[in-house]
Design a protein around this ligand. Structure first.
Ligand code: RTP
Ligand code: MG
Length: 146
């Protein structure tokens, strides 16, 4: 007997500055829509220091934190709220492994990403990792929705 998901959930997706610069926002959104998830909010915005400090609070103090914040503030991101049953783990599956070298072909990071020899993994997309993270992150990027 399979588990039945009863709640339509929402996830926060970011096309990070590397993906935005490379013109991959449309490709990422295309894959989200082709999978069957619904776009409920969409914006292009350059992250502020305050947004990034809140968004990445769990990583503060880690060796990659400073380069990560520097990278994420280097230009616009495309931010989206997506909706659908299981879209939180579903988008993480579409995104693939954090390390784009290890990410499987067929995934966003596996098909479109690579190691550029930089201080931090530039891996095209972010996706919320739990319902709690999603609610918190949607509040950061789309306060009008929370
Ligand atoms: P995300 O939060 O962006 O969806 O990615 P994730 O869950 O797969 O990865 P996470 O562990 O939350 O790390 C957040 C982001 O930090 C960068 N990172 N670089 N060792 C490294 O160089 C390293 N580790 C993490 C990546 O951009 C990662 O997505
Ligand atoms: Mg994460």
């Amino acid at each position: 007997v399979g588990a039945v998901s009863e709640q339509i959930e929402r996830s926060l997706v970011l096309v990070k500055p590397d993906g935005y610069r490379r013109g991959l926002s449309g490709e990422v959104l295309r894959r989200i829509e082709a999978k069957g998830y619904t776009l409920v909010a969409l914006a292009v915005t350059t992250p502020t220091a305050e947004q990034l400090a809140t968004h990445y609070a769990e990583h503060e103090g880690k060796p990659f934190y400073e380069p990560l914040v520097e990278f994420m503030s280097s230009g616009p991101v495309t931010a989206a709220v997506i909706e659908g049953h299981g879209c939180i783990p579903g988008f993480r599956a579409l995104a693939g492994a954090t390390d784009p070298t290890a990410a499987l072909p067929g995934t966003i990071r596996g098909d479109l990403g690579r190691d550029w020899g930089l201080k931090v993994q530039q891996n095209i997309v972010h996706g919320s990792d739990s319902p709690e993270s999603a609610a918190r992150e949607i509040g950061i990027w789309f306060p009008e929705l929370s």
